[in-house]
Design a protein around this ligand. Structure first.
Ligand code: FAD
Ligand code: AMP
Length: 485
């Protein structure tokens, strides 16, 4: 020990770039920075419920990936029971093995999060599992999970600390009865009666999972309008299908209190008729997420938060403090994994002196319900409000041979284009594989395509993508496979 005292202090490890946060914003930033020949460390503190640390953040551990795994499994369960007979496939005795469904989900998550470590290794990124804190520009304190602290230095620091679920004072989390979205992905039994607060993207996806597996689901939404962020023609069509599936969505219903009594939750909410009551077995609070920046930086670092708690950044994710950047859910803009990834790549390229840009006007949104919902660009309501003259083309999946073959011939594709120069202003899809189909529209809009460009592009037959082609044709009343209106 005495000898140790005489040793000079170990020099603090130094990197070109340190990324704090290893979610879908942070880990791509680290990989791209390494591809740009910079020395990089990525610090992440995520621990799963069993205590194992894992990269991937909310998205891989508790969000996008586990929710899609359960949406896929529950959809298959639903189809085997409700749809296979119409294909002429008789199945008897199909039953639910929820433990296996959850095991499959956990396996996918484990594989994907472990994959990030493999990507880091291949790219030469140093993974550090524990807490990162920006002490001052260029200096980061790293606290490993065992409590050991180290000071690190870096020319550039990227903050990618993500977000956390919003908790309501009137319905504080109290697992297992009152849970957030992560809790709702981990139920080990199908609740008989389930209430979901919030008919946003997450609430609708989780409500769909448990409805398909047999729960009676009531979704309470404070706003009077359904999915106000989406094109309202799309929202109306989706609502009609959700109702048919037995998802009970009560609009203009604001939760005021939730009380746990034994294994039940007594929910009180207010609607136009006054106070209402509901008793359920489980309550999921899915009222949105807030930026998470706890213990992320010191006041001396001079990083600023805005009035809603997001780290202040410009269009290129610069915080205004030299050498400090912030990306993903902890900064303004839609809380989406692909938005964070694009920002991560942009920042890593800018740091390396390369070109980098995020086109915030062309970020796709997808809701993975059945039917799926997707869009990019402006809604019809937004185009109307802008005052620009426009044309609309719609094509129903009812007229799509592929959708019929899939027994999923519902919903439509809709293309909005400017009347003057035919520029595509927005594309909205509700129907089978809408989340995949939107990619073509994103690419078209990224290249400032016109609806004529889409019209003149050959689409394979019979595919679902023909619906987008025909919707573009319909914008000029030139649809072949549908009556032009
Ligand atoms: P996060 O994924 O939250 O990652 C941040 C990471 O930083 C975490 O691991 C955190 O532990 C770590 N961290 C924070 N502070 C520190 C610190 N000081 N030191 C070290 N580490 C720290 N988006 C989509 O695009 N598509 C979807 O289908 C989708 N589905 C979703 C479903 C659900 C149920 C939920 C909850 C979210 C979903 N999202 C979806 C949103 C998506 O998960 C987020 O937009 C995305 O995870 C944000 O990425 P991020 O890297 O900014 O933050
Ligand atoms: P999102 O932000 O897309 O996750 O959606 C969250 C939804 O929850 C929004 O549509 C909110 O209007 C809704 N919401 C927020 N607070 C309440 C509440 N107390 N009762 C019912 N709905 C709520």
């Amino acid at each position: 020990m005495a000898n140790d005292d005489k040793k000079p202090a170990a020099p603090s490890p130094s990197f070109d770039v340190i990324v704090i946060g290893g979610g879908p914003a942070g880990y791509p930033a680290a990989i791209r920075a390494a591809q740009n020949k910079l020395s990089v460390a990525c610090i992440d503190e995520w621990k799963n419920r069993d205590g194992t640390p894992a990269f991937g953040g909310t998205c891989l551990n508790a969000g996008c990936i586990p929710s899609k795994a359960l949406l896929e499994s529950s959809e298959l369960y639903h189809r085997v029971r409700e749809e296979f007979a119409s294909h002429g496939i008789k199945v008897s005795g199909a039953s639910l093995d929820l433990a296996q469904m959850q095991k499959r989900k956990a396996g996918i998550v484990r594989g994907m999060t472990g994959g990030i470590l493999a990507l880091f290794k291949a790219a030469g990124v140093t993974p550090l599992q524990g807490h990162g804190k920006l002490l001052a520009p260029g200096t980061v304190e790293f606290t490993a999970h065992d409590g050991a602290k180290r000071s690190l230095s870096a020319k550039q620091v990227v903050l990618a600390s993500g977000s956390a679920p919003i908790e309501l004072r009137s319905a504080a989390f109290q697992a297992p009865q009152i849970v957030d979205s992560w809790g709702a992905l981990d139920f080990d039994a199908v609740p008989k009666r389930l209430a979901v607060i919030g008919a946003g993207v997450i609430g609708l996806e989780l409500g769909s999972v448990w409805r398909r597996l047999g729960s009676e689901v009531v979704v309470l939404e404070a706003l009077p309008e359904f999915l106000p962020i989406a094109d309202q023609q799309l929202a109306k069509e989706a609502l009609r299908h959700f109702k048919k599936q037995g998802l009970e969505i009560r609009l203009g219903a604001k939760l005021t209190q939730a009380l746990v009594e034994g294994d039940a939750v007594h929910v009180t909410y207010a609607d136009a008729k006054g106070e209402q009551k509901l008793t359920v077995d489980r309550l999921v609070v899915a009222v949105g997420r807030r930026p998470y920046t706890q213990d992320l930086f010191t006041p001396e670092s001079a990083v600023q938060l805005d009035e809603r708690g997001f780290i202040k950044v410009d269009d290129h994710c610069r915080t205004g403090v030299a050498g400090v950047w912030a990306i993903g859910d902890c900064v303004r803009g839609p809380m989406l994994a692909h938005k964070g990834k694009e920002e991560g790549v942009m920042v890593a390229d800018l740091i390396a002196g390369l070109f980098g840009e995020t086109n915030y006007k062309v970020i796709p949104s997808v809701i993975y319900t059945s039917p799926e919902i997707s869009w990019v660009g402006l809604t019809e309501e937004q185009v109307k409000a802008s005052g620009r003259a426009y044309k609309v083309g719609v094509f129903p999946f009812l007229a799509s041979g592929r959708a019929k073959a899939m027994e999923q011939a519902s919903g439509f594709a809709k293309v909005l284009a400017a009347q003057d120069d035919d520029e595509i202003l927005g594309v909205h899809i509700v129907g089978p594989m809408a989340g995949e189909l939107i990619a073509e529209a994103v690419l078209a809009m990224e290249y400032s395509a016109s609806s004529e460009d889409l019209q003149r592009t050959i689409h394979a037959h019979p595919t679902l993508s023909e619906a987008v082609h025909e919707a573009a044709l319909n914008a000029d009343k030139r649809s072949i496979d549908n009556i032009n209106r």
